[in-house]
Design a protein around this ligand. Structure first.
Ligand SMILES: [Zn+2]
Length: 199
């Protein structure tokens, strides 16, 4: 038996989410049908709202609902240091740690030639432009995950920036290889930032 089309469509939609296979998608679709109308309405609205209201900060690439994100618009942040991270979730992890008071640059990915992701596909150009326009920046901390892609992206960026005389550092090897910054605890992150080494 085939599911009625609206249910099949909903199952397909759930299957587009990461880590959700057909079985889970089907369970979620049936669960959705049993939800109160109001809850389903709110759910649908929050999906469209997040796409409409959230955009990338034009300066650093962080996600924000304002013109410029809270970090970039805060004059009390240390304007001499930029920490480069892969994803907004990594930025959140460092903010939660609460020790870092510099600025950020969010790449929204790492270089991965096998997946067709080159320098043009992530926020590298905007980082270079930002550094060229702003000579207050004295240090760039590369805080990418210790995956092969993260490593080669760090090397790539380091080569681009170093000739400009800016100090380039990377996190201390406190994070185990392949571990996600997003999931590291605050103490581990703090140690990784404090023990950062020059590249
Ligand atoms: Zn920003």
């Amino acid at each position: 038996m085939q599911y009625p089309l609206p249910i099949a469509h909903l199952i397909d939609a759930y299957m587009k989410l990461p880590g959700i296979g057909e079985k889970t998608a089907t369970r979620l679709a049936f669960y959705t049908m049993d939800m109160p109308d109001q809850d389903v309405d709110d759910f649908a609205k929050s999906l469209t709202q997040v796409k409409k209201d959230i955009h990338q900060c034009p300066i650093c690439g962080n996600i924000t609902e304002k013109d410029v994100c809270d970090v970039c618009s805060n004059p009390n942040r240390d304007q001499t240091t930029i920490m480069v991270v892969e994803q907004p979730k990594d930025l959140m992890a460092f903010e939660e740690m609460g020790e870092y008071d510099g600025l950020y640059h969010v790449l929204h990915g790492v270089l991965s030639p096998m997946d067709g992701i080159g320098p043009e596909e992530i926020n590298i150009k905007s980082l270079i432009t930002r550094l060229q326009k702003n000579d207050a920046v004295k240090e760039v901390i590369l805080a990418l995950n210790s995956t092969p892609e993260g490593e080669s992206t760090s090397m790539y960026i380091s080569k681009l920036i170093k000739p400009a005389g800016i100090k380039v550092t990377r996190l201390a090897a406190g994070l185990s290889v392949g571990s996600d910054i997003e999931y590291a605890n605050s103490i581990t992150l703090k140690r990784a930032v404090q023990g950062r080494t020059a590249l």
